[in-house]
Each structure stands twice: as structure tokens, then as C-alpha cells.
Design a protein around this ligand. Structure first.
Ligand SMILES: *[C@@H]1O[C@H](CO)[C@@H](O)[C@H](O)[C@H]1NC(C)=O
Length: 396
């Protein structure tokens, strides 16, 4: 059966083998590498403590130049010097070469203007995504802050900001995807509405949508937003959660794709790691012209485990339907010396997912196994999807 669009959710292409990322632990240098030991790609951060590699995506550039690039977010990187701003975060464009230090900084050209918006510590590069071959690039800064003035008092609204750029990584003013404001959160409202929504904590593309997670919306209940373009029409969608409760963090992670609860229509999968204290993953669908509707909620099993803080979709059993992997990095069993878990939910032929995982993988004590999970494509070309996970590096 048809698999639907091979979307941006899969960050890696089989022909390039698998790239796996490593996160830098406080102050240390991060790097990214692939599993093919004959042609190892390792990229190193220029600045200590930049969290280089916090997010990565593979991008295929076809405009102006033919090349594969690894997009690497470094959300704590130093600012482009302007005499005032210290630290903004950055995104690096890394060619797939044997050199360690040939990454270039992507030009986002956001100027500091502290009376109107604050870019200091905005975490540029917290999210990076590619729309796939010939597609665009998305980079987000979830701590970007708008400043409102009431008299002489300034009020700060951490609405977050995402930037869409062309396939060649430049801004093309003729492309509405890039010039559209993408401001789904209203900075004229306060934290009880969407004034602190932290848009861009997660995000990505399909062929005709761009989507953003905003876990700070509605007193940190959180929300998921999607902009869909069909021909010349642009529609914005979001999810109206019925619960009147803050601190669920819906939108902390977000993936959109088909072959999940419908062969061709998209399903929105979004993690809410503080839902009912155990965390949850929401499966939402979008029906013609209407907002996102809840189809199923998968709940975590342990308080504080942060179930849903990492999610990945992959067709694990090759039945044409996307299966779901959910990380719970703070899962813990003291007597068993277990720390961190990945829950595997096998898709029941597009009808639903089982309430309980088909498989539960554990890491060693204190490893934060499941901190990040990613589908890495068919790494050994056997027709099955490969998966990678990474744990939080030990700080000892
Ligand atoms: C940058 O750092 C200096 C020295 O710590 C500080 O005085 C200044 O306020 C910082 N700039 C911003 C925009 O926060």
C-alpha cells in the first residue's frame, strides 16, 4: 500500500547512511556523526557551550548548488557581534565531508531592537527542519520575546519565532512561505492566552504545511499550530484542548505525516510531557476547514518521566503504516538500575494505537535513555526503518 509523503519527519536518507546526533553536556563541545565507519562525518562546534547539535536535520540543496547539508542547531551560541547582543544561538550548515570544521553559520539577519523585541538568549536553532528534496528550511527560536509598552513600563512576551528560508538557505521575498509572518501567538495577550507561547519549541514541514509546537500557550497547557497551503489558499489550524488546566506542555514535540491514522490524510502527533504528571502523546487529525481534533491520547506510566518529550514515527514492521516511538528520559526504576525508557506503539493498521506499548526499552540508570529519538531511514537497505536514540551524556 501507499506510504504517503516521505516527509520532513525523517531527517535522514537511506543512501547517505545514518547520521546520529550527540548533545553537548553543559560546557562541552557537541558533534554529529554517522554510522558508516568507512566515511565518517564528524562536525565540531566552534564555540564552547553552544549546544551545537542540539537539533539536526539533513537537507538536500538543489537550487543554485547541488549538495547535501547537515543543518545543526547551536541554541546557546554567541551572537553575531553587534556591540550589544551576547548570545542568540545559531544554525550551522555543514557539508557532508570528512572535514570537522567546514560548517558555515546560516545568515538569519535578525537585528537587536530591545525596545520592540529581544533576541538575547532567544535559542535560535532549538528546532531545525528540512522540507525534503527541493524543499525549504525551517529554523526556530522559541525564546524570542516581543516587548509591549504601557506607558513607561515594558512587558515582555516570549512568543517565539520561526524563520522559513528557501531551498538555497536564502530569503526569497517572492515566496509567501518565507515572507508570511508565522506569528500564530498573539503578543498582545498575556500568559493565560498566547502571550508566552514559545512557538517553535518544535516544528517541521510536510509538502503543503508548516507546523509549530507552542508549549507555553494558555498558561503552559500548550498548543499545536499548522499552516496549510492549497493552491492559493492559506489556512491556519490549531487545537482547542477542552481541559481547563495549565502545565501540560502540548506541542513540546510535534510530527505530522500521513499513513498514521489515515492512508493519505495527515495526522498530527504531539507530545505533552507534563500531562497528568505522567506525560502523554496526542494524536490529532484535521478535517476539511476545521480545527485540529483529538483522535487518541497515549499516556505515560510514571510520574515525572517526561513521556512525550521525544517522539519519532517510523514504519518498523514494513506494513505501510507509521509506528510510534516515545521517549521518557526520566523514567526510573531504582532497584532495577533502570533510567530512561522508549515506548514503542505499533500502529493497528491505521485504526488506532494500542493503549499500552508493544515494547518498552530501558536504558541504564542515570542515562536519560530516550532523551531524543529519531527515525534514521533504512540504514542497512533491508527495507526496514532504522532508529536512533541518544541519551544525555554523563556529566561526571
Ligand atoms: C551582554 O553582557 C554584558 C556583560 O555581562 C551585559 O552588561 C549586557 O547587558 C549583555 N547584553 C545583553 C543584551 O543582555
Amino acid at each position: 500500500m501507499g506510504r504517503g509523503p516521505r516527509g520532513a519527519a525523517r531527517i535522514l536518507r537511506p543512501t547517505l547512511c545514518a547520521l546520529v546526533l550527540i548533545v553537548a553536556a553543559g560546557g562541552r563541545v557537541g558533534s554529529a556523526f554517522n554510522l558508516d565507519t568507512r566515511f565518517l562525518v564528524v562536525k565540531e562546534a566552534g564555540n564552547q557551550g553552544s549546544l551545537f547539535g542540539y537539533s539536526v536535520a539533513l537537507h538536500r540543496q538543489t537550487e543554485r548548488q547541488q549538495r547535501y547539508l547537515l543543518l545543526a542547531g547551536a541554541p546557546q551560541d554567541l551572537a553575531v557581534p553587534d556591540g550589544y547582543t551576547n548570545r542568540t544561538g545559531a544554525v550551522y550548515l555543514c557539508p557532508l565531508t570528512a572535514h570537522k570544521d567546514d560548517c558555515e553559520r546560516m545568515d538569519i539577519a535578525e537585528k537587536s531592537d530591545p525596545n520592540h523585541h529581544i533576541i538575547e538568549d532567544m535559542w535560535l536553532g532549538v528546532t531545525v527542519a528540512s522540507q525534503g528534496p527541493a524543499g525549504r528550511v525551517l529554523v526556530c527560536a522559541h525564546r524570542y520575546t516581543q516587548v509591549l509598552w504601557s506607558g513607561s513600563e515594558d512587558q515582555r512576551r516570549m512568543v517565539g519565532k520561526c524563520y522559513v528560508r528557501g531551498n538555497d538557505l536564502e530569503l526569497d521575498p517572492r515566496d509567501d512561505w518565507q515572507t508570511y509572518h508565522n506569528e500564530m501567538c498573539n503578543s498582545n495577550t498575556d500568559y493565560l492566552e498566547t502571550g508566552m507561547c514559545q512557538l517553535g519549541t518544535s516544528g517541521g514541514f510536510t509538502q503543503n504545511t508548516v507546523y509549530f509546537g507552542a508549549p507555553g500557550a494558555y498558561n503552559w497547557k500548550g498548543n499545536s499550530y499548522m499552516i496549510q497551503r492549497k493552491d492559493w489558499d492559506l489556512s491556519e489550524y490549531s487545537y482547542k484542548d477542552p481541559e481547563n488546566q495549565g502545565n501540560l506542555y502540548i506541542g513540546y514535540t510535534m510530527q505530522v505525516g500521513s499513513a498514521i491514522l489515515h492512508p493519505t490524510d495527515i495526522t498530527i502527533v504531539t507530545g505533552a510531557p507534563r500531562h497528568q504528571h505522567v506525560g502523554a502523546v496526542f494524536l490529532l487529525s484535521q478535517e476539511a476547514g476545521r480545527d485540529l481534533r483529538r483522535r487518541q491520547v497515549l499516556e505515560g506510566t510514571q510520574v515525572g518521566a517526561y513521556f512525550g518529550s521525544a517522539i519519532a514515527l517510523a514504519d518498523l514492521n514494513n506494513d505501510g503504516w507509521q509506528d510510534l516511538l516515545v521517549g521518557a528520559p526520566y523514567y526510573f526504576e531504582r532497584k532495577e538500575e533502570v533510567g530512561g525508557a522508549i515506548y514503542v506503539f505499533m500502529n493497528q493498521a491505521g485504526t488506532s494505537f494500542p493503549a499500552h506499548p508493544s515494547l518498552l526499552l530501558h536504558g541504564p540508570s542515570r542515562s536519560a535513555f530516550g532523551f531524543s529519538v529519531a527515525s534514521i531511514g533504512d540504514i542497512n537497505q533491508d527495507g526496514f526503518q532504522g532508529m536512533s536514540q541518544h541519551s544525555y551524556p554523563s556529566t561526571r
